[in-house]
Structure formats: structure tokens, C-alpha cells
Design a protein around this ligand. Structure first.
Ligand SMILES: [Zn+2]
Ligand SMILES: [Zn+2]
Length: 308
């Protein structure tokens, strides 16, 4: 399965592929699949394997690469319109959704840093990541253990916010279920993206959903009384994850991998656009872009309007 999956996810795996989607082979449109590390030397946002590919894709790419945002003298819209921006006494910023703090905002830390501290490859550790929404610290710490580490490292992670806790469980289940080169892009997408590529959702539904279904079937006659049910997941004899959730939590965890009833792709896109591209946010967005160097602005915009 892993090989098949890796093939489907080629666009999301390293090395980066040529961005030319206009290549024609035998009269048919066939996006270029060559890997390359040469970025467009103007915007550095995309990469092409050759001049031919860059030229072929130019009719798409020029909208970004040659767009207004890349111009040195780009000014926010409120300047052109000669009005006071919304963030200075204008209409109040419209909040969307409920306050959630799903991401950390500082660089991740290897809290052990064994090679500079204990320097003992055999010592056992018991680490508590209380209210640990930022799973990056956990992952960096585990990955930071030396290859010849022989001790036992036990980590306890919890969070009162179910969205945070369940996402952390899913991320770790992915790390346990896939080869690293497949797990890493899925984890990054799940962490940062508002849209999950279909191939990734299918991968999760194929590898993880059946396990969660089975757990839920096992709990189907249990009462919804808040009792914690413990389940253990293993990857070889090296990694073990023990998850404590109540019945409602196990149901909700399974539901995270299923498209909500009635939610079409168009509807999801329109909800997302209504939030990310809301007109009330335009001045805040322009202000953020104004502080960026020209080449960074399209990247900032794409975060709001395209990929993420
Ligand atoms: Zn460019
Ligand atoms: Zn190419």
C-alpha cells in the first residue's frame, strides 16, 4: 500500500516538481513531473525544470510573478482609495468562528537536547507536555533522540481542548502508520492546511479510519458516561501510543476523518473564502502585505487565497 500511496502523493513529496501544468505530450495535456530545485528567479515561489517549461507555464504564472504585488511601489488599496483603513477607527474587524488556539507561535524546542545535556544514551525519561497544543515540541524532542538511544522515553500529552487533543492524536497516528516520507507531508498538510488534498484524505481513510471504526464498534454498547476507554497503537517494537478518550471522544475522532454529511467541495470552498477573503479583512491583509518585501507578498496572498 505504501508504494501505491507514495505514487499518488508524488505532488506532495520531495523532491519538488516542475510547476508546468501546460506540458503537452502526444497531443494531450500532461503536467510536467520532473523534479527540480531551480526556482523562478523573479518570485522564487515555484520551480521549473527548464526554460521551456517556464515559458509554457508563463500564461498562468505571470498573474502572480508579474502581478501588482510584485511591484516595488505597490500600495494598499486604502491608500489608492484615499480612505482611513479599517484598523484605524474603521468598522470593527468581524470575528469568524470561535476563539481557538490551534498552533504554537514560537519555534519548536527539543526539550531534552540529549547530546548537550545528559549525554547518556541509556537514560530513561518521563516527560509531561501538559496542555500541549503544540505537538511540534513533542515531535522535535522524539526526533532529536540519537539513533543509538537505548533508554525508554515516556511522554504524556494532554489538552483540555478536544480539537487540539484529537488533532494531536491523529498526527501521531499518522506518524505511526506511514513511512516517514509519506507521513511527513500528510502531517504538515493536516497541521497547516484548510484544505486537505483528496489523496491524503483517502490515505487516512484507508489506513486509520478502519481502526477507529473498529474501536467504535467495540464501544457501541457502552454508555456515554464520560468513562475513559484506553486503546494502544504500536509501530513495530519501537513506538507505542496509548490513547485515553471517552466514548464521545472516540466517536468524534473517527468523524474527523469523514466528510460531514451535506458538505460538498463547493460549499467548503465558499465557507473558507467567506472567512479568509472576507471584505472586512482586506485592510488588515493589505497592511500585513505592505510590510513584506515584494517577492514575499504573493506568498502571503496565496496563504489566504490559494493553497492553504
Ligand atoms: Zn515567478
Ligand atoms: Zn518541466
Amino acid at each position: 500500500m505504501a508504494t501505491d500511496l507514495a505514487t499518488k502523493m508524488v505532488p506532495f513529496l520531495n523532491p519538488p516538481l516542475c510547476a508546468n501544468s501546460e506540458r503537452v505530450v502526444n497531443g494531450e495535456l500532461s503536467p510536467c513531473t520532473k523534479s527540480t530545485t531551480q526556482t523562478c528567479n523573479h518570485c522564487h515561489l515555484v520551480q521549473y525544470c527548464s526554460k521551456n517549461c517556464r515559458n509554457a507555464d508563463w500564461k498562468h504564472h505571470k498573474k502572480i510573478c508579474d502581478g501588482d504585488l510584485m511591484k516595488k511601489d505597490w500600495m494598499p488599496r486604502y491608500v489608492h482609495e484615499g480612505r482611513t483603513p479599517a484598523y484605524v477607527g474603521g468598522p470593527l474587524h468581524t470575528p469568524f468562528g470561535v476563539p481557538q488556539y490551534l498552533w504554537g507561535n514560537v519555534p519548536a524546542i527539543d526539550i531534552l537536547n540529549l547530546k548537550d545535556n545528559e549525554k547518556d544514551q541509556g537514560v530513561d525519561f518521563k516527560l509531561l507536555f501538559a496542555a500541549s497544543g503544540d505537538l511540534r515540541n513533542v515531535i522535535k524532542t522524539i526526533v532529536g533522540l540519537p539513533k543509538d538511544y537505548k533508554g525508554k522515553c515516556t511522554l504524556v500529552i494532554n489538552d483540555a481542548n478536544f480539537h487540539v487533543a484529537s488533532r494531536n492524536i491523529l498526527l501521531l497516528l499518522i506518524a505511526l502508520s506511514f513511512e516517514p516520507e509519506v507521513a511527513a507531508p500528510i502531517m504538515i498538510h493536516l497541521w497547516y492546511s484548510a484544505l486537505l488534498p483528496k489523496s491524503m484524505l483517502f490515505a487516512l481513510q484507508h489506513a486509520i479510519l478502519p481502526i477507529l471504526f473498529e474501536i467504535n464498534v467495540g464501544l457501541s454498547f457502552m454508555p456515554m458516561d464520560g468513562h475513559q476507554y484506553v486503546r494502544t497503537f504500536r509501530s513495530g517494537d519501537k513506538y507505542t501510543m496509548i490513547v485515553h478518550l471517552d466514548k464521545a471522544g472516540w466517536i468524534a475522532l473517527k468523524d474527523m476523518l469523514m466528510v460531514p454529511f451535506g458538505l460538498t467541495e463547493d460549499l467548503a470552498q465558499s465557507i473558507r473564502k467567506r472567512t479568509m477573503l472576507a471584505p472586512e479583512r482586506a485592510d488588515y491583509f493589505d497592511r500585513a502585505m505592505y510590510r513584506q518585501p515584494p517577492a514575499a507578498r504573493p506568498k502571503q496572498r496565496s496563504r489566504y487565497s490559494a493553497l492553504c
